[in-house]
Design a protein around this ligand. Structure first.
Ligand code: SF4
Length: 418
């Protein structure tokens, strides 16, 4: 096996970590100043952005401990049968890198994941050791997000939660059938059971902290998961149903959706092409409706588009709240000055902040359209659905072309554009 330098390992293991969306990162075009003699490069991997529990945007060193893996999940570039360059960091090397980057002000924390080597327990022990060395030996106060291994001993997960700000376990696929087929060494029920254990420990620790500030922390930022979209034939109804049951059943803080990207030497069980990226975007929008706008999956999916195989999908052309409103026009128009918060949240184009601003402002005056324009950003989208003191949509809601008028118009790509 060739001996790799630290920089070579970093290149391999940061690149291998880019497929994990459960700490969201930003994208950019490839650009490098290596040839020009200038400065800066966007081609390097390894630093991503995420949000701390208090809402701050933070930069993280995002790497795998190793991309060797004894499992053979078909959708994964690091699976045991994959022909990729492999590398492994020791726990101390990751600690040194993290501290080094932190001191240079490149990062504010670490997102650490790993392929599974020797056994789930051995791998989890190494991950926990990185967090222990950082927190205990080096008094590291930065952010730590650890990807945990559901098959590992629960005591190791407990230790991980003591050091980490956030834990996550990737469920990866929306149905147990798909997990059995594409990730045969994994088990959907076992993953959910471990998530449930994490969720309970997080709530217990929060309750203990309320009675004593000296009670130990346990993953104060909660726990999250990632689902790959388009690697199996699950429809959007199934995906959102799985997310809802995870939010309710195991106290998950966040589900991240990651569009499947075709990998080299892929199994014939996988689709040859990636799903449209906008599908991932629509799922995120629907997920927000579930978590913050009081919608249920059935409401979002009833009347949704059905493909030739009978699968229900979100409309890719318009956002799911607008799609719901157009299918349920009998609930509109909504009087901005009288409607309760739950109905205001259902107005297309009106976000949570806008609703709160309206509720506050209308205590002092009956609102006019100009007031709504001051308080909210996307008023043109709302117009067919609202009534104000000086505005009524008239027959706009009955317009047979309303969908076409509200759907964003396709734009012609410019071959010579900037
Ligand atoms: S266990 Fe994780 S790293 Fe290993 S093949 Fe499966 S998804 Fe990839």
């Amino acid at each position: 096996m060739p001996v790799l330098t630290r920089a070579e390992k970093l290149e391999i293991l940061a690149d291998a970590a880019k497929y994990d969306a459960s700490c969201a990162s930003s994208g950019s075009v490839k650009r490098s100043s290596l040839a020009s003699g200038g400065i800066g490069s966007t081609t390097g991997m390894g630093i991503c952005h995420s949000y701390a529990p208090d809402g701050r945007c933070i930069s993280l060193l995002k790497i795998l401990m190793t991309n060797y893996c004894m499992f053979d999940c078909l959708y994964c570039i690091n699976r045991s049968s994959s022909n990729v360059r492999r590398a492994a960091f020791t726990a101390q090397e990751i600690v040194d890198l993290t501290l080094d980057f932190y001191k240079r002000n490149y990062i504010e924390g670490l997102f650490l994941s790993s392929g599974i080597i020797r056994s789930p327990d051995y791998t989890m022990e190494q991950i926990v050791e990185v967090a222990r060395l950082l927190r205990v030996e080096n008094k590291f106060g930065g952010y730590i997000h650890l990807k945990t291994i559901p098959e590992a001993d629960p005591d190791l997960l407990t230790r991980a939660g003591r050091y980490a700000d956030r834990l996550s376990i990737n469920i990866e696929l929306p149905s147990d059938d798909s997990i059995d087929r594409l990730a045969p060494e994994k088990s959907g029920p076992h993953i959910r059971k471990t998530m449930g254990t994490l969720g309970r420990r997080i709530s217990e620790a929060r309750a203990e902290r309320k009675t004593s500030r000296k009670a130990p922390l346990f993953s104060p930022g909660g726990h999250s998961t990632q689902m790959i979209i388009g690697a199996d034939n699950s429809d959007d109804g199934k995906i959102l149903g799985t997310s809802t049951s995870l939010y309710k059943g195991v106290g998950l803080k966040r589900v991240y959706y990651s569009a499947f990207s075709p990998i080299p030497d892929a199994s014939s069980q996988l689709p040859p092409a990636a799903p449209p990226l906008v599908r991932e975007h629509r799922l995120y929008q629907a997920d927000w409706l579930l978590r913050f706008y009081g919608f249920g999956v059935d409401e979002i999916m009833t009347g949704a588009k059905v493909d030739e195989a009978g699968r229900r999908h979100l409309d890719l052309a318009i956002d799911p709240k607008l799609a719901w409103a157009l299918r349920n026009r009998e609930h509109f128009p909504i009087d901005i000055n009288r409607a309760d918060k739950a109905m205001l949240l259902r107005v297309p184009g009106l976000g949570v902040r806008g609703v709160l601003a309206i509720l506050k402002a209308r205590r002092f005056a009956s609102l006019k359209l100009t007031d709504i324009e001051t308080l909210c950003r996307n008023v043109s989208k709302m117009l067919p659905f609202i009534v104000t003191r000086d505005w009524t949509p008239g027959s706009r809601l009955d317009d047979a072309n309303l969908y076409a008028r509200l759907a964003p118009q396709p734009t012609q790509l410019n071959l010579f554009g900037a």
